[in-house]
Write a protein that binds this ligand. Structure first.
Ligand SMILES: *Cc1c(COP(=O)(O)O)cnc(C)c1O
Length: 434
């Protein structure tokens, strides 16, 4: 780039950088950010607890939680303090060496998941990628490599991630995909059993499907998959990226789903992917491997530069401490039950707009009617996207899942008053439609 071009560009940035009605920040995105997201028309500048504030100072109740990421809400002082403190000591050093926070965080995850070991990465897609490699390594000597996943699943946006994901829309235009993935209907044990081939090495499911519309795995399904995998020598892998981290009321979703279910006490998968809420908003991912396979990925077999930095792990440890001290697992369970109750009530009162409410803990889905008045008939935006837009205008943030479901994935420390406010905002918009 020549000097004149550079300064022309800089001038452009300056001009576009002003805030205000001409949408300076949006213009920056239009010019410089790859257009891979259909963003909503709002520019956020800061947050506090369950609220976000836009550049005009308007307040929004955030029940989307950054897609199940902001476990403690925004700008939690314990996180800010852990970040500042650790940043002054050591931010990053290579995985050629040992650092204390990584070892301590690994122990905390193992204690809450089951006997085994943990590998740290930076995102959910990468955590799943580690599980695919674990499975390939596991079956390599026998020539087995195939991983079965379910329709409506979501496992991330890398090439292997979209290959594993059971939704055509993420795959379109990116072929050829990574070989060795096939999909079967969710919560259908027979379908999984019939789909097994001599090449199958693993099964991967979410405990609660998130992007697919909030569908909870049944206890019989999980126990049946465990039995099937034991009988056929397969790894049972679980993607807990969204449904894990106390969201359902227990650390991992299967712990909640199998609570009090005969035969459920000893249940453990062979590998588990985690990310999203693990760092409370700071990027950190991990996968856990059960004891008997924990050394399968040996020195040199896997790695990532940023995995498990002292900064990421110190923050994750601080988030965990707050969750425990404030009893947020229990809070998620209780607040989730209350919210689900009230959402079902809403479905009963607005049956022309709302079809169903479902979920577990603070992972909740509200399904819209196919013909919801005021929401369909726009070919560019799905009913879920249109409702999300209307709720934004009303000051409420939610996350769409597919074309007809909106999700509530609020902070685990959501207060009762905030939950109440969210329900009122939701009803104010839904009542206008139906
Ligand atoms: C978000 C998500 C992923 C992908 O995580 P990234 O951090 O976006 O790579 C994978 N699996 C599930 C279930 C998710 O919800």
């Amino acid at each position: 780039m020549t000097e004149t071009e550079l300064s022309a560009d800089q001038r452009n940035v300056e001009r576009a950088d002003g805030h205000g009605p001409e949408g300076g920040v949006v213009k920056l995105y239009e010019r410089y950010v790859a257009p891979t997201y259909a963003r909503l028309p709002v520019v956020f500048t800061h947050g506090r607890g369950s609220y976000l504030y836009d550049e005009r100072g308007r307040r929004y109740l955030d029940l989307g939680g950054g897609i199940a990421v902001n476990a403690l809400g925004h700008a939690h002082p314990a996180m800010a303090e852990a970040l500042a403190h650790q940043a002054q000591r050591l931010i990053h050093c290579s995985n050629y060496y040992y650092t204390e926070p990584q070892g301590r965080l690994a122990r905390e995850l193992v204690v809450r998941t089951g006997p085994g070991k943990v590998f740290f990465c930076n995102s959910g897609a990468e955590a799943n990628e580690g599980l695919y490699k674990l499975a390939r390594r596991f079956g390599h000597a026998e020539g087995r490599f195939e991983i079965l996943t379910t329709y409506q699943s979501f496992h991330g946006r890398t090439l292997a991630g979209i290959s594993a994901t059971g939704q055509d829309k993420v795959k379109q235009g990116f072929g050829p995909l990574v070989p060795g993935f096939r999909h079967v209907p969710f919560n259908d044990l027979g379908a999984m059993e019939r789909a097994l081939s001599p090449a199958t090495v693993a099964v991967l499911v979410e405990g609660v499907q998130g992007e697919g519309g909030v569908h909870v795995a049944s206890p019989e399904y999980l126990l049946g998959l465990r039995r099937l995998c034991d009988e056929r020598g397969l790894l049972l892998l679980m993607d807990e990226v969204q449904c894990g981290y106390f969201r359902t009321g227990r650390f991992q979703s299967w712990q909640r789903i199998l609570e009090g279910v005969p035969g459920g006490e000893g249940f453990l998968p062979d590998g588990v992917a985690m990310a999203k809420a693990l760092g409370g908003g700071f990027p950190v991912g991990a996968f856990w491997v059960r004891e008997r396979h924990a050394d399968l990925l040996g020195p040199g077999s896997h790695g990532t530069t940023f995995g498990g930095t002292p900064l990421a792990c110190a923050v994750a440890l601080a988030v965990l401490e707050v969750v425990e001290q404030e009893g947020l697992a229990e809070r998620a369970r209780q607040m989730g039950e209350m919210l689900l109750d009230r959402l079902q009530d809403l479905v009963g009162r607005y049956p022309r707009v709302l079809a169903a409410a479902r979920g577990l803990g603070l992972m909740l889905g509200l399904e819209l009617q196919v013909e919801a008045p005021g929401l369909c008939g726009d070919s560019a935006r799905s009913p879920a996207a249109r409702l999300t837009g209307l709720l934004l205008e009303a000051g409420l943030l939610v996350i769409p899942a597919g074309t007809h479901v909106i999700r509530l994935l609020p902070p685990l420390n959501l207060s009762e008053a905030e939950a109440q406010e969210g329900l009122e905002l939701l009803e104010s918009v839904v009542s206008r439609l139906g």
